[in-house]
Design a protein around this ligand. Sequence first.
Ligand code: BMA
Length: 386
Amino acid sequence: MGRCSKGALPRSAAASLATLLLACQAGGPPEPRGPAPIDPGATAETRALFANLRRLTGKGVLFGHQDDLAYGVQWSNQPGRSDVKETAGSYPAVYGWDVGGLEADAGANLDAVAFERQRGWIVEGFRRGGVITLSWHMRNPVTGGNAWDTIRAVPAMLPGGVQHEHYRQWLDRFADYVNSLRAPVLVPMIFRPFHETSGGWFWWGARHATPDEYKQLWRFTVEYLRDRRGMHNLLWAYSTDVFDSKQAYLERYPGDAYVDVLGFDDYQSVRSPATRAVFARRLRDVVELAEARGKIAALTETGVEGVPDSLWWTGTLLAGIESDSVARRIAWVLVWRNATFEREHRYHFFAPYPGQASAADFVRFAKDPLVLLENELPDLYHLERP
Ligand code: BMA
């Protein structure tokens, strides 16, 4: 409770009440109100990140890339390298990383990114002022299979379920890892577990967990990590896959008390300008839903594999975002990883690299006043003095 709340009232005098009310109206320090992270104990840097991302709404859309510092189409594990930087002159503003494999105590994630190295890259990106977001392609705790093993698992993970203790151990491993990410303050993370939940391909997705089971799993996870493990450097991002209505988007939404960021992954309506209206409508829906709740909206994953359209960045992605005055208030867009060809023997990349067909257009995209790469970011980790 703060100075202007009921609890601060002197018990006796009615006159004091009037005086206090007047003082409050006259600018006595009001209780900080308005949008804030769901964690009242969030670290100063985490609160600043939340506030600054909201403040940037409509002025800048941050560009992000998954695994940007770990590898590119033609290289891997080379300090300082980044396909985005080598194409456009700056690192991305948002770094996506995945912790899938951490639960099994594996030394590397499911895409062979060693956690020891990932830790270094996360700290490096944060030190430069970038934003870190974590996804988790978590194994199926019932079968030990991967995230795409859709044997039902969620009920067993809930309190009272046979896998519940097992799941807590996984969360403990996650907490230990994230607590080791310091520079020297704890690095704020936008944590996006159980993503693409409207799709049917992950064990936590539609058809494999009811909306209620999903929400219970989400809420337990927030409460365990925040309240039991005392993690205060997380912003929680809920994300669906593509969706057709606000109602559909909210079907598995865990609630305003459990979510900081409303996101969605779209690999469909971003494919070409032909579906621009659908893409813009999805962005608009998520922005409206987020703003009505005092949250942040994001296009948490997107891209076209191999970016074969040489004008995709400005002609489809940016044109779609800028086609609508609400859609353009999205906080960030993140494209998926640039798999190393030599390792994976496929052209599985979503950002360009020098010489790639869309590289010149990506430079134009990066120069657009609305698009922010890392070198254009304001300090996101401090709050501006009022
Ligand atoms: C998918 C693909 C997979 C990868 C997974 C997790 O979309 O890129 O190759 O293992 O994401 O990063």
